[in-house]
Design a protein around this ligand. Sequence first.
Ligand code: DC
Length: 224
Amino acid sequence: MQIAIDGPAGAGKSSVAKEVARRLGLKCLDTGAMYRALTFKALNEGLDLSDNFLLGELTRHCQLEIKFDKNMNTLILLDGEDITEKIRSPEVNKHVSLIARSPDLRKELVYLQRKIAEKSNGIVMEGRDIGTNVLINADHKFFLDAGLEERTHRRWLEMQEKGLEVDPDSLLKEITARDRIDSERKEAPLKIAPEARVIDTTCYNLEEVVEKVIGFIKHTESRG
Ligand code: DC
């Protein structure tokens, strides 16, 4: 079974995807982590973030390894180094949407994502273009959304938990900018797949959203 979950930053995709995968015994892939890994590398190498050719070369020549831990987290190893924590830095947050515009870089990552899906015995994949591009034939597609203030608040809480102090206003501006870049880019922009079920998570907690997602899946499966 392939389940695609898309939506903007802070809509709850990661937590929902992990819990749905755990309950259904599926693998879970956070594709944003892959874009973040390449952002981390491009920043370290001081690349011009708008140079599509160089970003494609960078992606083709790095060694990106994806692993999964028992809590359904996506672990990222780049050239042998575990950078799972490092890709959540404010610096990466700020630049990741710019890099994700590169068609050459996307082509490489989408290829890897499809390969991971093929090898898995069922997967929940979350990102921005999963239902519209990566897993176009996914069995179930969801688009999670939430109000901008709520999404900003959730991201702020996540960062607080990690001991990262961020100004809520700057965070709101950053999320607004990322939303715009992600949905306006030419290559596989963030949009709702025609068959996707849209869930506004603003007023629901994690358990309630997971219940809704699993409920929709069971309902659809029972109809054959
Ligand atoms: O889900 P996230 O915040 O970790 O994603 C980081 C960025 O990566 C997001 O702003 C856009 C990009 N991304 C993408 O373009 N396509 C995906 N499938 C996943 C993420």
